[in-house]
Design a protein around this ligand. Structure first.
Ligand code: ASP
Length: 463
């Protein structure tokens, strides 16, 4: 294992050091050659002789050398290691690199995105991408520690599962053992996290991979994304809002110290007021939209439980109902509005909460229905047939064995990072996102299945 990182040169002035890394640049000054050597901790100038002339950019090398302080007038203020350089004693070329198909010295915004995704393993060598992945890792670690200290239990839920009612199109996976049947990849672990509350877990979270077959947008990746999925029992809506507000406030202070939250406590705005005032339920409340460091969080609450069903609400299937859930079918109605379920469903408020940041919805959740009667009524109102209701029998049965009142939320970690890092697209914070058309360019997926695989699954492809 390598012993030193490039940044360690700063603590090795006057001493020998062994470094491994990539050749970032080569500057040939005839008798001496300067190489900028790069690893994930930084860049240092290395000075070599004749043997350095064979080096090309992105070669992987080993260098043993003496770390020397640079004279004041040769200090490079642009480099963290700019006060020193390494005088080479020995050089080994570990692997040669051919010229790269995409430039990686710029921030990359100017490079064609298809090419960046095809050569993503090169694209993530650029410092901006590395920073994004590091901050993502630090953010999840922070959240994991924060929630664990508050007695949350991290629980995994299945990826091969059944259709879930988040409202998007499912990805299906054929079953070999039960030919003709399909798993659906979860659009979210919504039902599982509610079942965990029935199971007495009380405080659950996981970094959940969610799969939705929807068209990509700049704030929505195609195919899959990561949510911080969270659920709690014996709570009220205010408990969820307060927990998330405290957690993200601390996360921003620790991991994004250059950013500031423009208003605390975060405004809580009713859906109808927000729509009236800003024309949207995800208002951009920044005081100065030119200020890249301002984070304006807010909550949108008091959503109507239902919207009028449109033709696009394909997931209900029956096509006869007038109502579609604004959030999803497990969101609880406001207790004061329960009688309106029978008389004027569109007037019923739901206990839904959306987390908004700089005009983007970065999370949504709700207090859930925990009474089978109310759940049944909602199923009826959204036009479920007896057959469709049957698909949720396990939920109603589970609720018959002692269900605690519960609720939760699922902030989108990629989307939060996109906004906090000021990135123009969610793909900038995902290591290997799908490109438009749903292609994972590096692997060239999806690919056709072999006849053997299809036969085993009992599937015939008609295209
Ligand atoms: N499952 C919901 C979603 O993915 C979030 C929640 O209600 O907690 O939007």
């Amino acid at each position: 294992m390598k012993k030193y990182n490039i940044i360690d040169v700063l603590s090795h002035i006057g001493k020998e050091i062994e470094l491994y890394g990539w050749v970032d640049t080569v500057r040939d000054h005839r008798k001496i050659v300067f190489v900028d050597l790069r690893d994930r901790t930084g860049i240092v100038q290395v000075v070599g002789g004749e043997d350095f002339k064979t080096l090309s950019c992105e070669d992987v090398v080993y260098i043993k050398g003496l770390v020397k302080k640079r004279p004041d007038k040769l200090v490079n203020p642009k480099l963290a290691t700019g006060t020193v350089e390494v005088e080479t004693k020995s050089l080994k070329i570990i692997t040669k690199a051919q010229p790269l198909p995409i430039p990686i010295s710029s921030n990359g915004y100017d490079v064609n995105e298809e090419s960046r995704l095809k050569y993503r393993y090169l694209d993530i060598r650029r410092p901006r991408m590395l920073r994004n992945l590091i901050l993502k890792s630090q953010s999840t670690l922070f959240i994991r520690n924060y929630l664990s200290k508050l007695d949350f239990i991290e629980v995994e839920t299945p990826i091969l599962t059944k259709t879930t009612p988040e409202g998007a199109r499912d990805f299906l996976v054929p079953s070999r053992l039960q030919k003709g049947n399909f798993y659906a990849l979860p659009q979210s672990p919504q039902q599982y996290k509610q079942l965990l509350m029935v199971g007495g877990i009380e405080r659950y979270f996981q970094f959940a991979r969610c799969f939705r077959d929807e068209d990509p947008r700049k704030d929505r990746a195609y195919g899959e994304f990561t949510q911080l999925d969270l659920e709690m029992s014996f709570i009220e809506q205010n408990d969820i809002l307060t927990l998330i507000e405290n957690m993200f406030t601390k996360l921003v202070a620790i991991l994004f110290p250059e950013k500031f939250i423009s208003q605390s406590p975060w405004p809580r705005l009713s859906h109808s007021d927000t729509k009236k005032k800003y024309g949207t339920d995800k208002p951009d409340l920044r005081k100065d939209k030119n200020n890249p460091n301002e984070l304006a969080f807010s909550w949108t609450i008091d959503f109507p439980l239902f919207t009028e069903q449109s033709d696009e609400d394909f997931f209900h299937g029956s096509g006869k109902a007038k109502f579609a859930p604004s959030h999803h079918m497990f969101t609880a109605p406001h207790p004061d509005d329960i009688p309106l379920l029978n008389t004027d469903p569109l007037k019923v408020r739901g206990l839904q909460h959306d987390l908004v940041l700089n005009g983007f919805e970065v999370g949504g959740g709700s207090i859930r229905i925990h009474q089978s009667k109310v759940q049944n009524k909602v199923f009826d109102l959204i036009g479920f047939t007896a057959e469709q209701k049957k698909q949720f029998d396990h939920m109603l049965e589970a609720f018959s064995y002692g269900v605690p009142p519960h609720g939760g939320i699922a902030p989108g970690i990629d989307r939060f990072l996109m906004v906090a890092l000021g990135e123009p697209s969610i793909r900038e914070v995902i290591a290997f996102p799908a490109s438009s058309g749903g292609k994972i360019s590096v692997m060239d997926a999806p690919t056709p299945a072999t006849n053997e695989q299809l036969n085993e699954l009992g599937i015939r492809v008609i295209v």
